[in-house]
Design a protein around this ligand. Structure first.
Ligand SMILES: NC(=O)c1ccc[n+]([C@@H]2O[C@H](COP(=O)([O-])OP(=O)(O)OC[C@H]3O[C@@H](n4cnc5c(N)ncnc54)[C@H](O)[C@@H]3O)[C@@H](O)[C@H]2O)c1
Length: 323
C-alpha cells in the first residue's frame, strides 16, 4: 500500500484525505497543517500522524497531496520532489513560470510522478466532449460562483479561470497567438471578475468569463465547430450536441439533430486521485501533466498582467479626474 501524506488540511485538503481513504489503495499515514488543530482533526480520522512542519513527512510517505495556498505551492512541492516523493499538487502549479520549470526539472531528474490538480479533466462530460470535437472555431466558457474568502489570495484568473484555460488549451492544439483580457476587483483586493479572449493560430477563438461574485454557481462551455454546436454543463455533467443533418437544398433551413448525454454524478477529485495512484503503481503519464499545468499558467499570467495594466489605467484615470 502506498503511504500517503496530505499537506494542508483546510477545505480542499480534507477532501483529498477523504478520497484516499475511500479509494483504499493507499493509506493516509500523515497530515500536515501549520494550524495544529486542523492537522490533528484531519489526521485523527485516519489514525494518521499530525504534524505542523511538512519536512517531518520525509521518509514517512511515498506520495503526497499538496493542498496549501498558492504562494506555498513551490517551496513545498520542490522539497518533496527533491526527496523522490510522488506529488499531486493543487492548481495553479506555482506563481511563476521559472518555479514551474524548476519543479518539472526536479520531477524528471528524480523520476517521480508529478501531477497537477486540474480536476475538470476527469469530468466524464468533458472526456466525452473531446470525442465529438472536430476543428472547433469558437469556444465560450462561463464559470461563476458566489463570493468566498478562500482563494482570494490570488485573482480569479489563477483561482478559477485557470480550469477553463487548461480545458481550452487541451481542446485547441494550435499555438496561442493573442490574448486580450479585462477584469476588476469587486469584493477582494484582487480581480474577482474577468474576461479573456484567446486567439489561436488555427483561427479558433476562446472567450472565457470567470466571476467569484455571483448569486449562483454555473460552469458551462459552448463549442461551435463546422456543422455542430456543443453545450457542456460541467456542474450537471451534461453534454448536448446539436448537429446539422447532411443534405437539404441550397438556401433551405438546415435540419438539426440534438443528442443529449447526462452522466451519472461522479466525483472528479476521486477520479483524479485514482488516476494519480494508478500512474504511481503502473507507470505512464498523468492525464494532466505538469507541462499542461505550466501552459495554463503561462496564459493565466499573461491575462493577469493585462488585468494589472487595466487596473493601473483605471487608477491613473481616477487620479486625473480628481485634479
Ligand atoms: N481543484 C479545485 O477545484 C480546487 C478547489 C479548492 C481549492 N483548490 C486549491 O487547493 C489549495 C488549498 O485551497 P483551500 O480552499 O483548501 O484553502 P484553505 O485555506 O481552506 O486551506 C489551506 C490550508 O493550508 C494550510 N497551510 C498554509 N500554509 C501551509 C504550510 N506551509 N504547511 C502546511 N499547511 C499549510 C492552512 O493552514 C490551511 O489549513 C489551493 O491551491 C487551491 O487553489 C483547488
Amino acid at each position: 500500500m502506498i503511504k500517503i501524506g496530505v499537506v494542508g488540511a483546510g477545505y480542499f485538503g480534507k477532501h483529498h484525505a477523504a478520497k484516499y481513504a475511500e479509494i483504499g489503495r493507499g493509506r493516509v499515514v500523515a497530515v500536515c497543517d501549520i494550524d495544529r488543530e486542523k492537522a490533528e482533526a484531519c489526521a485523527s480520522q485516519y489514525d494518521a500522524l499530525a504534524v505542523m512542519d511538512y519536512r517531518e513527512l520525509f521518509g514517512r510517505v511515498d506520495a503526497v497531496s499538496i493542498v496549501v495556498p498558492t504562494n506555498a505551492h513551490f517551496p513545498i512541492a520542490r522539497d518533496f520532489l527533491r526527496q523522490g516523493i510522488h506529488v499531486l499538487l493543487e492548481k495553479p502549479i506555482s506563481n511563476t513560470l521559472a518555479e514551474a520549470d524548476e519543479l518539472i526539472r526536479i520531477a524528471k531528474e528524480k523520476g517521480v510522478v508529478f501531477q497537477v490538480g486540474h480536476l475538470e479533466r476527469f469530468n466524464p462530460a468533458v472526456q466525452s466532449m473531446t470525442k465529438v470535437l472536430r476543428r472547433p472555431r469558437y469556444i465560450e466558457c462561463q464559470r461563476i460562483s458566489p463570493f468566498k474568502l478562500r482563494g482570494t489570495d490570488i485573482n480569479v484568473v489563477l483561482d478559477m479561470m485557470i480550469h477553463d484555460i487548461d480545458l481550452v488549451l487541451n481542446i485547441v492544439k494550435a499555438p496561442v497567438t493573442q490574448i486580450d483580457a479585462i477584469g476588476v476587483p469587486v469584493l477582494s483586493d484582487a480581480e474577482d471578475i474577468a474576461n479573456a479572449r484567446i486567439r489561436f493560430s488555427d483561427g479558433c477563438v476562446a472567450m472565457i468569463t470567470s466571476s467569484r461574485v455571483s448569486w449562483k454557481t454555473e460552469r458551462t462551455m459552448r463549442i461551435f465547430q463546422p456543422d455542430a454546436y456543443i453545450v457542456l454543463d460541467l456542474n450537471a455533467s451534461k453534454l448536448a450536441v446539436m448537429r446539422r443533418v447532411p443534405g437539404g437544398g441550397e438556401g433551405s433551413m438546415p435540419e438539426l439533430k440534438q443528442e443529449e448525454q447526462l452522466f451519472q454524478p461522479v466525483d472528479n477529485l476521486k477520479r483524479e486521485i485514482e488516476s494519480f495512484q494508478s500512474v504511481i503503481e503502473s507507470g505512464g503519464e498523468p492525464l494532466v501533466t505538469a507541462t499542461d499545468a505550466r501552459r495554463a499558467l503561462e496564459a493565466a499570467l499573461v491575462i493577469s498582467r493585462q488585468l494589472q495594466a487595466w487596473r493601473d489605467t483605471l487608477a491613473e484615470t481616477a487620479v486625473a479626474g480628481r485634479r
